[in-house]
Write a protein that binds this ligand. Sequence first.
Ligand code: AMP
Ligand code: ZN
Length: 270
Amino acid sequence: MDVEKTVSETIKKYKLAKKSDNVVVALSGGKDSTSVIYIMKKLGYDVQGLLIDLGLGEWSKIHNEKMKKFCGENDIPLTIVDLKKELGQGICFIKAVLKKQKNLTGCTVCGIIKRWILNKWAKKLGADKLVTGHNLDDEAQNVLMNFLKGNVLLGVNSSPSTGGREVRGFAQRIKPLFFCAESEIMKYARSKKFDILYEKCPCAFGTYRVDTREWMAGISDLEKKKIVENFQKLVPKLRAGSGRELVVCKKCGEPSSSELCNFCKIISNI
Ligand code: AMP
Ligand code: ZN
């Protein structure tokens, strides 16, 4: 697989971005988001990086420094947002409280919080598009996880562009790596000798996603592509029957699928 070609084709086929768009890329410091910002810059898009400093000790410090260096070398503007300043608490504290209060796993909490901060800051930066580094493996895992949870409808928004359409006032979230296998992105990032951390997040253990990733280890990239492509055929039907519309959260004003967004639901008692 040619990762650059697949990204370029996905952007064209799904009309993910225009050259005139202000494209904000959510940078975790890992191989996926680093590759996608590099490729989009190379393809001529107007990109800038947005990194949330999660305050996870040395891990975050190294990511921050490496991303500063990478963006500097590639002439890419970078904004770093301090999670503790944004929320008044560190991520570990919030996770510990929510584990006790609502038995929510760390990755769920981290995902909801990151999404909320990224949306808010993308708007502040005047983004037309907010890019994340989600890849084919992430999407195949989602299909399987939702099926095993007995709730295929959870995948109703699965698409290279979230919601499949633009919502006024919000930066549309797009996933140019939607059809790129993780193994190929890893090869790509290494071939480019990106000076980044290649390990997974140290906090990601003991979660349903981690288990699912392990179960899927024996499935080939081609099969993963078929899973994702077949599910994409189902999405319009799910969407038509779901009645789910993206609305504005009545508390914080961010995009939501119900009156209160997931962030406001989980964070209100902390
Ligand atoms: P993950 O949920 O960690 O697999 O990350 C999925 C995507 O979310 C990454 O490819 C990034 O685009 C984005 N992301 C994750 N962590 C961060 C972070 N600390 N700051 C900004 N974006 C992030
Ligand atoms: Zn809210």
